[in-house]
Design a protein around this ligand. Structure first.
Ligand SMILES: O=C(O)CCC(=O)C(=O)O
Length: 263
C-alpha cells in the first residue's frame, strides 16, 4: 500500500490535527467495486418507506432523516443518508479492506499495531436532499467499556464520488481531539442517542473558540483518516449529483505501556 508520504510525517500530523488526508488511496478497479456496492445498497432503498437504525433515509421536514427515523415518520425512498454495517449487506464493500490492505497497510503503520475491524458505513449524501451531518465526535457513540481494551478508533473515510464544498465534503476541527474529552451535545440522552429526535450537534465556536475549521475536498478514490475525538461535519448536498463515501472503522488496541481502563 502506497501512503504517498513518509509514515513519520503522517503520524505527526495525525497527532497534531486529529486527521490526515490520504491521497489516491484507492486504485480505479477497487473504486469500481465500491461504486457497485454503493449502487446496490442505494437501489435496495427504493423499496423502503421507513428508516431503521441501520438504514436511514432522508426525509422532508424539520430534523430531516434523523428526526423522521426517531419519530417513525416516512422517509424518501431511494434517498438513503447512511447505511451502517455496510459490509454485512454488501459483498463488494466487504472485500474492500482486504483488497486495499487497510489494516496492515494503513492502520498498523500509523498506530503501531493492527486494529480490530469495528464497522463500515455507506454515507450516501444523495442529490438535492442530502442533509447536513452536524458537528460531532464519533467518540460520543462509543461506550465506556470500549476504553478497557482500546484507546481510540481510526476511521478511514473514502470518497467514492468527488467530494466538494458544494456537495457536502467533510470539514474538520484540527486539534479538537487533543483533550480526549467527549463533548455532550445539548438535548441528547447519552444512554439512548438514537431515540432523540435531535441529531447530536456541537457548538464548536463555544467549545473550541481558539480552533479553526478546515474544509477537506477529496477526489474520488482519495481518503481521510481521523480519530474518535476529532470533531467533524459535512454540509448538505443540494446539487444534482450524489456524493457517496464509505468509511471503514478500526478499534485501536492499547499499546504496551499505555494506561488501561477509562480514557
Ligand atoms: O460522510 C459524511 O457525510 C459524514 C461522515 C461522518 O460523519 C463519519 O464518518 O463519522
Amino acid at each position: 500500500m502506497q501512503l504517498g508520504r513518509p509514515v513519520e510525517e503522517l503520524v505527526r500530523e495525525l497527532d497534531e490535527r486529529g486527521f490526515v488526508p490520504l491521497d489516491d488511496l484507492v486504485p480505479e478497479p477497487v473504486l469500481a467495486v465500491m461504486r457497485r456496492g454503493c449502487d446496490d445498497l442505494i437501489e435496495r432503498t427504493r423499496r423502503m418507506r421507513h428508516s431503521s437504525q441501520g438504514w436511514q433515509l432522508e426525509a422532508e421536514g424539520e430534523g430531516g432523516g434523523w428526526a423522521a427515523r426517531a419519530e417513525g415518520r416516512e422517509g424518501i425512498p431511494g434517498k438513503v443518508r447512511v447505511v451502517g454495517h455496510a459490509h454485512e449487506h454488501s459483498p463488494e464493500l466487504a472485500k474492500v479492506p482486504e483488497l486495499l490492505g487497510l489494516n496492515e497497510g494503513v492502520v498498523e503503520p500509523l498506530h503501531g499495531l493492527r486494529g480490530d475491524f469495528y464497522n463500515s458505513y455507506l454515507w450516501a449524501k444523495p442529490s438535492e436532499v442530502g442533509s447536513e451531518k452536524p458537528w460531532h465526535q464519533d467518540a460520543l457513540f462509543l461506550r465506556e467499556e470500549f476504553y478497557e481494551t482500546y484507546e481510540d478508533v481510526f476511521t478511514i473515510w473514502i470518497a467514492v464520488d468527488d467530494a466538494r464544498e458544494d456537495n457536502g465534503c467533510l470539514r474538520f476541527l484540527p486539534g479538537s481531539h487533543r483533550d480526549r474529552v467527549v463533548q455532550e451535545p445539548h438535548g441528547i440522552d447519552r444512554e439512548d442517542l438514537f431515540a432523540s429526535p435531535r441529531e447530536p450537534s456541537l457548538d464548536i465556536d463555544r467549545l473550541w473558540p481558539d480552533l479553526t475549521p478546515v474544509t477537506l475536498p477529496r477526489r474520488a478514490g482519495s481518503a481521510v483518516l481521523f480519530r474518535a475525538f476529532t470533531a467533524h461535519t459535512s454540509s448538505a448536498n443540494r446539487t444534482e449529483g450524489q456524493r457517496r463515501a464509505v468509511s471503514y472503522v478500526y478499534s485501536l488496541p492499547r499499546r504496551p505501556g499505555t494506561a488501561g481502563g477509562g480514557r
